[in-house]
Design a protein around this ligand. Structure first.
Ligand SMILES: CCCCCCCC/C=C\CCCCCC(=O)SCCNC(=O)CCNC(=O)[C@H](O)C(C)(C)COP(=O)(O)OP(=O)(O)OC[C@H]1O[C@@H](n2cnc3c(N)ncnc32)[C@H](O)[C@@H]1OP(=O)(O)O
Ligand SMILES: Cc1cc2nc3c(=O)[nH]c(=O)nc-3n(C[C@H](O)[C@H](O)[C@H](O)COP(=O)(O)OP(=O)(O)OC[C@H]3O[C@@H](n4cnc5c(N)ncnc54)[C@H](O)[C@@H]3O)c2cc1C
Length: 627
């Protein structure tokens, strides 16, 4: 069987221990064991099938998502899964849904911004799913500009309550995931008003729906904001709209770790930076970086396996055409994406460490690394999601026409993934935050602080900053060129963290050698892509640029025999890949043909509508022809 033999032959060429690379990719033997076991549990459960998603109406799609979420929760309880195993199960169910926001934002917000008492009250309810929460920050009129939010939370000293209100149409909460049809509660971000004075944006826990009949509570208008990009895709998520008409909540439902409001209506600032109100966004951004490596590796796995199965032109002496993976143009498009997937994996590991380190420091009232954590999570979220969204589209193109079929898995992966460039912070807005951080850092460099990083990459950042760094008055005046410096800074971090990974103990025959090749491919690919920066800032000479290009091409040849094994190391099930082109067995053509007939359009040989619309035309033509 052609495809199967091709992939079997490719796997026999591997020059490294794939099982050990699986451990590197997973992060540890324990994590590999958990993800392997849970991914197969999901793959073997018919409730979690994904192949019909693009054929369902929005209402049927959403109802099926609720069915899956309920079944997932049931399995978590039945099997007594740990928090880690439960997170893995939600990940491999692979369907954006309210659970992502309940576990990924609502609970972390209460943990990060609630007092001890508030955590003790609300977390048990949330962990046991007695309430379902979402994160309601963005409004119809404001998303990036958090300080521009209009929802008000006015303290009423008569009743010891906050009055939550939507004063304008643009103050309607708009986009929060899980809000539209499912969540019973929300963390609502609104302007704290005490005695007519505006104290800026804070978080408030608000119940939205009755726990008895799920109807919206008095003063609450709530619904879904409508269909989003692509069929299936993110339409499994009920992104919602929410308006308040003077809804009253007890004073103790304002999240008060950062600021407290006393019974007398006095605002007391605690000793933590007010920016902790933004803390959830830092947490989610670091998770999104890890998710980028998953999404990109998934697309690269599909495109790499298919590129080894697909043969086109180049008839060889044995009468067989050439595998498209052997074309240098295919390698120059595909292998940098393979290297990027590994690079994002390792920078995501580091970012997770940075986030945990910042949190531990916060416990000790050490806020010194919070600005760097914000800049790194913002910048790396922006860099990795933009590269991943572009990379998934490139993988679709690498698969030719079949990449455009839903059965390839790539169109839906693209449609689900691309909002990552916008949610949790628009990517340009976040790069401007990094630019601000760099300006402040450069201004402090005079104090003898030396930047650290790889020379050429570091030089590029420094030079770009020198070229573009003016005294900026505020966020809005930052020049587009500074965004370039911010990207350069983030690429420096990615390369540096890949190099640091290689300095760790890396067991397994040939594993370190493959990772070194991928690290060099990533670094030289970025250098090639931004050659203008490196040349214009004098970081490299034209001769060096040409040598770098030659080295890049030679590295592609080094990776070529290992490409299939390098994507096998992601250890993805066919269920998770959900792609005929990316099947582990390479049995592409028979499965493509089989999938076609499953389309409802093929339920009848003569299509519905023929008699009404087509036959009259044909008959008329026939009559005309006889005249
Ligand atoms: C969910 C699980 C994760 C898995 C993901 C995959 C699953 C898919 C399912 C769901 C995922 C979807 C989730 C999406 C959820 C959302 O989208 S929630 C809404 C997100 N919204 C944003 O990100 C808004 C973006 N805007 C901002 O962050 C801020 O408004 C701003 C930083 C752009 C501007 O802040 P602002 O206060 O208006 O002005 P500045 O002067 O720039 O900042 C003031 C100072 O505060 C510092 N700072 C800003 N942000 C942070 C932060 N996050 N942490 C710490 N510090 C921060 C900033 O540096 C300034 O400090 P200095 O004055 O010292 O310079
Ligand atoms: C699928 C999805 C899920 C979401 N889930 C949630 C959720 O659960 N909870 C929640 O609260 N929100 C959620 N959001 C909202 C999301 O956080 C916002 O869309 C995001 O923060 C961007 O804000 P915005 O849409 O208002 O865009 P805007 O801020 O209006 O940006 C529009 C354009 O203007 C540019 N721009 C804006 N400001 C500047 C500036 N200062 N300088 C230069 N350019 C600028 C931006 O770069 C962008 O190109 C979700 C969004 C999506 C798409």
């Amino acid at each position: 069987m052609a495809g199967f033999d091709d992939l079997a032959s490719e796997r026999s060429k591997a020059q490294f221990d794939v099982e050990e690379m699986k451990v590197i990719w997973a992060g540890s033997r324990h994590t590999l064991e958990v993800s392997d076991r849970i991914s197969r549990l999901v793959a073997n459960d018919p409730v979690f099938r994904k192949d019909t998603r693009t054929m369902l109406s929005r209402k049927d799609l959403f109802k099926n998502t609720l069915r899956k979420a309920a079944h997932a929760w049931k399995r978590i309880i039945e099997l007594r899964l740990s928090e880690e195993e439960a997170a893995e199960l939600r990940f491999y169910v692979d369907e954006p849904a309210f659970m992502d926001l309940h576990w990924g934002m609502f609970i972390p917000t209460i943990k990060g911004q609630g007092t001890e008492e508030q955590q003790q009250k609300w977390l048990p309810l949330a962990y046991k799913m007695k309430i379902i929460g979402c994160y309601a920050q963005t409004e119809l009129g404001h998303g990036s500009n958090v300080q521009g939010l209009e929802t008000t939370a006015t303290f009423d000293p008569q009743t010891d309550e906050f009055i939550i209100h939507s004063p304008t149409l643009t103050s309607s909460k708009w986009w929060p995931g899980g809000l539209g049809k499912v969540s019973t509660h929300a963390v609502v971000y609104g302007r704290l008003i005490i005695d007519s004075k505006d104290y800026g944006v804070n978080g408030f826990i608000v119940q939205l729906r009755s726990l008895d009949d799920h109807l919206p509570l008095p003063g609450i208008t709530i619904g879904d904001i409508g269909m989003k990009f692509g069929s299936g895709a993110y339409n499994t998520m009920d992104n919602g709209v929410l308006r308040f008409d003077h809804v009253r909540i007890p004073r103790d439902q304002m999240l008060m770790r950062v600021s407290q409001v006393t019974r007398e209506g006095k605002l007391v600032q605690s000793n933590v930076p007010w920016q902790l109100v933004y803390g959830t966004m830092v947490y989610v951004r670091q998770k999104i970086v890890s998710d980028a490596s998953c999404a990109l590796s998934r697309a690269v796995c599909i495109a790499t396996r298919y590129s080894a199965v697909r043969r086109q032109f180049g008839l060889q002496s044995n009468g067989i055409e050439t595998q498209v993976i052997d074309y240098k143009t295919q390698q120059s498009r595909l292998f940098p994406l393979l290297a990027s997937a590994y690079a994002f994996r390792f920078v995501g590991e580091w970012l997770k460490w940075l986030y945990m380190d910042v949190n531990q420091r916060l416990q000790a009232s050490d806020f010194s690394t919070l600005p760097e954590a914000h800049a790194c999570t913002a910048g790396l979220k922006s860099l990795t999601t933009s590269a991943t969204a572009d990379g998934i589209e490139e993988c679709r193109k690498l698969c030719g026409g079949h990449g455009y079929l839903c059965s390839s898995g790539l169109p839906e992966l693209f449609a689900v993934y691309i909002p990552a460039c916008t949610y949790e912070g628009d990517n340009i807005v976040l790069l401007l935050q990094v630019a601000r951080f760099l300006i402040k850092t450069v201004s402090q460099l005079g104090s003898g602080k030396e930047p650290v990083g790889t020379t050429v990459y570091m030089g590029r950042v420094e030079q770009l900053m020198q070229c573009h760094c003016a005294v900026q008055k505020g966020f809005l005046e930052l020049s587009a060129d500074l965004v370039q410096a911010a990207v350069a800074h983030c690429q420096l971090i990615v390369v540096s963290k890949f190099i640091e990974k290689l300095q760790q103990d890396i067991p397994g025959k040939g594993v370190k050698g493959q990772l070194e090749a991928l690290c060099n491919i990533y670094a030289l690919f970025i250098l090639h892509k931004h050659l203008g920066d490196f040349l214009s800032t004098g970081c490299i000479t034209p001769k060096q640029a040409s040598l770098a290009n030659a080295q890049l091409r030679s590295l592609y040849s080094q990776v070529r025999p290992n490409a299939i094994a390098l994507v096998d190391a992601f250890n993805y099930t066919d269920h998770y890949l959900s792609s005929v082109l990316g099947r582990y067995d390479g049995n592409v053509y028979p499965k493509l043909y089989e999938e076609a007939w499953k389309d409802p359009l093929n339920d009848s040989v003569v299509p519905d509508g023929y008699q009404e619309y087509i036959q009259p035309i044909l008959k008329q033509q026939l009559r005309n022809a006889r005249l």
